[in-house]
Design a protein around this ligand. Structure first.
Ligand code: ZN
Ligand code: ZN
Length: 357
């Protein structure tokens, strides 16, 4: 009997009687991070990292939650659980599970580049690694973050000269904070859509220090807002809320911007190729660093990526899960996939779900 198995409720540890990121209600859920496709409502007990606490309460309401530090050990029915940094968003963790000398690691979502905002990814040695592979194709190769933000800041400064407001779109947990912490505040103030600011406030309650932001309300002076930069969620694209700042230039931050035509499909003026997931090289180096005997792939390009890993000598398997929401649905996926991912996200309180367009 393997220590972890894939069930119709999620990844299950029979010896420890707990699930990792289950999508059906269970008694004991260990949560990698607070994104909607990983943290569902309805479980009896939750275990997550300290820095996920306030966002989980904000998104899921009054849940029974135990939080731990990275590396801290929790024993459930004789099985040892510990969390390690995943570098995906603030509070995100890989879950290490050990029992009778056998070690499994569930990556959740991760990125290997240090974004300066969340605790950097740390490879964890294991026998079996369950890895996401959202961007598991060679065309996905991210530029260093500093280069991307030099482009973002230059674009903002140019807009100001051309009397255009600047709207930058990214998901409320992860991308929004990464943008906020890397903007050149000498150019102007940062204004936020309510969905973004609610998440920022939850993170600040959790002790995270973020750059100053101004929540956009009915009272906000439009002329002032137009001189700053507006951080908005994907669900606000094309809405009257956004149109009231016209004329504006609208930039979209996503790994999918690496695909030709993605910017046009999202009707963006600028596409910034920026992701909170590992790129092709990052995935391979992360998997290699675990020194695992076998790797199980979830999210995204599982078929082609597991085939490739098999060719270069890994024992790789494709696994079907319900993960893949927030940024993880390709703009080229079918309308059915987009709909189901929307439902998953909205059923579990993912207020950014409108962005899967
Ligand atoms: Zn995620
Ligand atoms: Zn995910």
């Amino acid at each position: 009997m393997p220590l972890l198995e894939f069930t119709d409720k999620g990844i299950y540890c029979a010896a420890g009687k707990f699930y990792i990121d289950p999508w059906q209600p269970v008694d004991d859920a260990v949560i990698t991070h607070a994104h909607a496709d990983h943290a569902y409502v309805g479980h009896k007990r939750y275990l997550a990292h300290h820095l996920s606490r306030e966002v989980l309460y904000y998104r899921l309401g009054d849940i029974q939650l135990q939080t731990v530090e990275y590396g801290e050990k929790v024993i459930k029915n004789g099985v040892e659980i510990s969390l390690f940094p995943a570098g995906h968003v603030i509070g995100s963790a890989q879950i290490r599970v050990e029992h009778k000398g056998e070690v499994w690691v569930v990556s959740g979502d991760y990125k290997t580049e240090d974004d300066g905002v969340c605790t950097p990814f740390e490879p964890v040695k294991c026998h079996h690694f369950i890895s996401e592979c959202t961007f598991g194709m060679p065309i996905y190769k991210w530029k260093p973050q500093a280069e991307i933000f030099a482009d973002v800041n230059q674009w903002w400064a140019n807009n100001l000269q051309n009397n255009l407001a600047t709207v930058i779109v990214g998901y409320s947990l992860g991308k929004a904070q990464r943008i906020l912490q890397n903007l050149d505040l000498n150019i102007g103030n940062v204004y936020t859509h309510g969905v973004i600011e609610n998440t920022n406030e939850a993170l600040r309650r959790n002790g995270i220090v973020l750059n100053p932001t101004h929540r956009i309300t009915q009272e906000s002076a439009k002329d002032e807002v137009r001189k700053g930069i507006i951080i908005a969620p994907p669900s606000s694209v094309g809405t009257p809320w956004m149109r009231k700042f016209a004329p504006y230039s609208f930039g979209y931050c996503s790994g999918w911007m690496a695909i030709r035509g993605a910017k046009r499909r999202r009707a963006a003026d600028r596409g910034f190729v920026m992701s909170d997931h590992a790129d092709w090289t990052g995935l391979i180096s992360a998997i290699d660093a675990t020194q695992c005997e076998s790797v199980y792939l979830t999210h995204g390009s599982t078929a082609s990526f597991s085939k490739y890993l098999g060719e270069i000598g890994f024992d790789a398997h494709e696994v079907h899960t319900l993960y893949g929401g927030e940024e993880e649905t390709s703009p080229q996926s079918s309308p059915e996939e987009r709909e189901s991912s929307k439902e998953v996200a909205s059923a579990s309180g993912g207020e950014d779900s409108g962005g899967v367009i």
